[in-house]
Design a protein around this ligand. Structure first.
Ligand code: BDR
Ligand code: CA
Length: 314
């Protein structure tokens, strides 16, 4: 498979952190051009410093981390400390980062990076609210043809919402941004809760990470042990869902996932169902499909890939 030139846009978050580690360990498939951060799980100042903490953990101080939007386009910032803890990375116990934050704004980094390449070159992987990407499209629409694909974690199709009864966190957080990005007409892949709620960090899977016997394995063990508690208590799951790493795993091996090309839309008008991702699975409206919506994954294949890749980080 051709190596992809990737920008990860994120709000770490323990599952974002694992997603970043998976990307950093997967140099054959992913050329990571930079990490852009956005307010989401916790405020921007923390998501940005957490991204640097994770790069340092992986000894990748060469990776450039950019701070972006500190709030959604139109709505109030809603953070998720009740899941991720006050720091966003509770359980990780990582020191303050020493590698520098980039001075450039994340939105300008996205724009400059895209403008410098041929059409259909960049893959953008949003695993938080899509505010930065929407702002970049609004500031410089000429970047849209430069993007080959968007692979995002977000949404819930048949699955219930995890932030409101109707909506998943990343889309609920900034539904207008998600709609701007979807409506740009780029090849769009969505990894909703329908998939990620199957990627559960059970005790056995957590042990495999702990048994890596490395600083990365120890940090994954600590932060996932913390992260697991919320979903196990609230939903009775056997472990926490590794939402964001599913999007990165799709970049590495899309055959691990199944789904369908459908017409997708995002609710931005009703407060009751704000941020709901409406996928026309049976094409009842007879509209042109505009997104590949995943609905299943090879769970063991996913955890084998994750464990093998994280084991490469020493
Ligand atoms: C998404 O919301 C965040 O809490 C996670 O990091 C993930 O991106 C799951 O709904
Ligand atoms: Ca996230």
């Amino acid at each position: 498979m051709e190596k992809k030139s990737v920008i990860i846009d994120c709000d770490p978050g323990q599952d974002d952190a694992i997603a970043i580690l998976l990307a950093l360990a997967s140099g054959e498939e992913i050329d990571l051009l930079g990490i852009t951060t956005v307010a989401g799980n916790v405020p921007l100042v923390l998501t940005e410093s957490n991204a640097r903490r994770i790069c340092e953990l992986a000894n990748r101080t060469d990776v450039k981390v950019f701070a972006g939007a500190s709030r959604p386009l139109m709505r109030k910032l809603v953070t998720a400390e009740w899941i991720h803890g006050k720091s966003g990375l509770d359980g990780a116990n990582l020191p303050d980062p020493t590698m520098p934050q980039q001075d450039q704004h994340a939105v300008d980094f996205i724009i400059d990076t895209c403008l410098a390449v041929e059409d259909n070159t960049i893959t953008i992987c949003p695993i938080g609210p899509m505010t930065n990407i929407a702002l970049a499209f609004m500031k410089e629409p000429a970047i849209i043809p430069k993007i080959a694909q968007i692979v995002c974690m977000g949404g819930a199709v048949k699955e219930y919402g995890n932030t409101t009864p109707a909506a998943e966190f990343n889309i609920y957080e900034d539904p207008q941004a998600a709609k701007v990005v979807l409506d740009a007409g780029i090849d769009f892949v969505m990894m909703p809760l329908d998939v990620t709620h199957k990627a559960l960090v059970t005790k056995e899977r957590l042990k495999r990470l702990k048994d890596l016997n490395s600083p990365v394995g120890d940090v994954c063990d600590g932060m996932l042990d913390y992260f697991n508690r919320f979903d196990m208590t609230k939903y009775g799951f056997e472990g926490g869902p590794l939402h964001d790493p599913c999007a990165i795993a799709y970049l590495i091996d899309p055959t691990l996932f199944s789904g369908r090309k459908v017409h997708l839309d995002i609710e931005v008008l009703s407060e009751l169902t704000m941020g709901k991702t409406v996928a026309d699975w049976w094409n009842v409206n007879d509209e042109e499909p505009n997104a590949f919506v995943c609905n299943d994954l090879n769970v063991e294949g996913f955890f084998d890939l994750l464990t093998e890749r994280l084991g490469r980080l020493k």
